[in-house]
Design a protein around this ligand. Structure first.
Ligand SMILES: [Fe+2]
Length: 485
């Protein structure tokens, strides 16, 4: 096993090998927020100090031999100096963690910073020949033979090698005109095209942008969509007929900019919350805007057109976001799973509760994105947003939830559904997730049978280090020429 260790600094001064007590440091610095960023730097939110290459990993159980490819996941791993008062969980430098599976074996684990100019300088590397962009820390996807780390707010994709080394910024081979993309493109399973809503700070003052990327990774179309303010638009939804635009009341904050906050977006009570239905192939003038109750949504589980012509979206919905807490997403409210039904003709809107337990990182069968579906998967959120103790399987037909409790001190990331070859039902497949084990202070790649996730895992790939809580990932099969998102 090869390790490369970094020295991380906190508060612009003291050098630490690990970030263990930023809240103490905060006491000496003061800060502009009601909260400190401690929870988002401590425990398994905190960064790891090494890039590791480990091969032939131990496996408990049996890996399905049909899983040949890489499970990849992106997330923040701050590389100092970090000012805890001004830090935001979303602003840490990106690090991609990956496990390669092949014919029932776990061939390797790698974690690599997504290089920016600053990271290369901090690590003393030669920047020659590479084009850099901002920190791409939110998602990692496959597009044919290419691997991209992606992020929102005005930074282009960053291409990685198969082994996760940074190749450099790649604006979809020169076709992304304004360099702004998103961490949450949606795949049209019928075409393999990507559909996305991008915002850019400070690039787009008065609009967001719909971006349509072909299966070949080249942009086919962009469409500017006027909005009343500089809104944080994290995700979108796709149905057979519509692009769904979440124009919700979190906007850029001059006060937070002046305070030097690294992620200066805040709740804006004066901003009208609304959802836009853009007919696919339509123009901005064709958008049907529908007012909704004040709330915030990072992630929809899925969306589709129902038989009555309504647009149905299932979302993890927060009552409030970034009101008092400007360091992370979990302390103003926690998300519960809701179903919104939107009528494009009448403008009608209704909401029902699917599951009132806190949860996040929703997923569904990738080939049913934008289509009616039965099963969704998410992570349970507990401890005021500091714990992720279970994986949920939502049966949206029966209205029941199966909960796989991971056990004491164990916490999951986003569960990624991979259909089994020759699957006989929608849930016939595998759930892949990095699970952190507090007792071992290390993580594992867990493979569950999605038909019965409450059963013992099919396989546990034991990693030599922990994978910090992060954001989103993909299963990227070897030899697949389409998108893995
Ligand atoms: Fe996200």
């Amino acid at each position: 096993m090869k390790r490369r260790t970094f020295v991380q600094t906190v508060g612009g001064g003291a050098a630490l090998s690990t970030l263990t007590s930023p809240a103490v440091l905060l006491a000496n610095q003061g800060g502009p927020t009601m909260y400190d960023a401690g929870v988002y730097l401590e425990g398994n939110f905190g960064p790891v100090a090494e890039e590791i290459t480990a091969t032939d990993l131990p496996v408990i159980g049996a890996l399905p031999p049909e899983l040949n490819g890489r499970y990849l996941r992106n997330g923040p791993n701050p590389l100092g100096p970090v000012d805890p008062a001004r830090h935001h969980w979303f602003s840490g430098e990106g690090m991609v963690h990956g496990v390669r599976l092949s014919e029932g074996r776990a061939q390797w684990y790698r974690n690599r910073y997504v290089r920016t100019e600053d990271i290369v300088a901090a690590l003393g590397e030669d920047p020659a020949g590479r084009r850099f962009a901002g920190s791409a820390n939110t998602h990692v996807i496959g597009l044919g033979e290419h691997t991209f780390a992606i992020v929102e707010a005005g930074s282009p994709p960053v291409e990685l090698s198969y082994e996760l080394d940074t190749i450099g910024a790649n604006n979809f081979f020169g076709t992304l005109p304004d360099m702004a993309f998103t961490a949450h493109p949606k795949v049209d399973p019928d075409t393999g095209d990507l559909h996305a809503m991008a915002y850019s700070w400070p690039g787009f003052l008065d609009h967001v942008q719909y971006v349509h990327v072909g299966r070949d990774g080249r942009v086919k179309q962009t469409l500017d969509v006027p909005v009343p303010g500089m809104v944080m638009m994290h995700d979108m939804s796709l149905t057979g007929r519509y692009v769904v635009i979440y124009d919700l009341p979190v906007t850029i904050s001059g006060d937070l900019i002046n305070q030097g906050m690294r992620f200066p977006f805040a709740w804006n009570p004066d901003y009208e919350p609304r959802v836009g239905l853009l007919p696919r192939g339509g123009t901005a003038a064709d958008i049907r805007w529908i007012t909704v109750a004040p709330c915030y949504v990072f992630h929809p589980m899925n969306a589709y057109d129902d038989e009555d012509g309504n647009v149905v979206v299932d979302v993890c919905r927060y009552d409030r976001m970034f009101v008092a807490d400007h360091n992370g997403p979990f302390r103003d409210s926690l998300a519960t799973l809701r179903r919104w039904t939107l009528n494009p003709v009448s403008g009608g809107f209704s909401e029902t509760v699917i599951d009132d337990r806190p949860q996040e990182f929703p997923r569904c069968h990738p080939m049913l994105n934008s289509k009616p579906y039965r099963y969704g998967y998410s992570v349970a959120v507990a401890g005021g947003g500091s714990e992720f103790p279970a994986i949920n399987k939502q049966d949206l037909v029966t209205g029941t939830t199966a909960v796989f409790d991971l056990g004491p001190g164990r916490h999951s990331g986003e569960p990624y559904f991979v259909p089994r070859q020759g699957a006989s039902s929608e849930d016939d497949g595998y759930l892949l997730s990095f699970v952190y084990d507090g007792e071992r202070d290390a993580s594992e790649l867990v493979v569950l049978d999605a038909r019965d996730p409450a059963r013992a895992p099919l396989a546990r790939v034991m990693l030599p280090a922990r994978v910090p809580y992060g954001f989103h990932g993909s299963w990227v099969p070897d030899g697949w020429d389409g998108p893995s998102v």
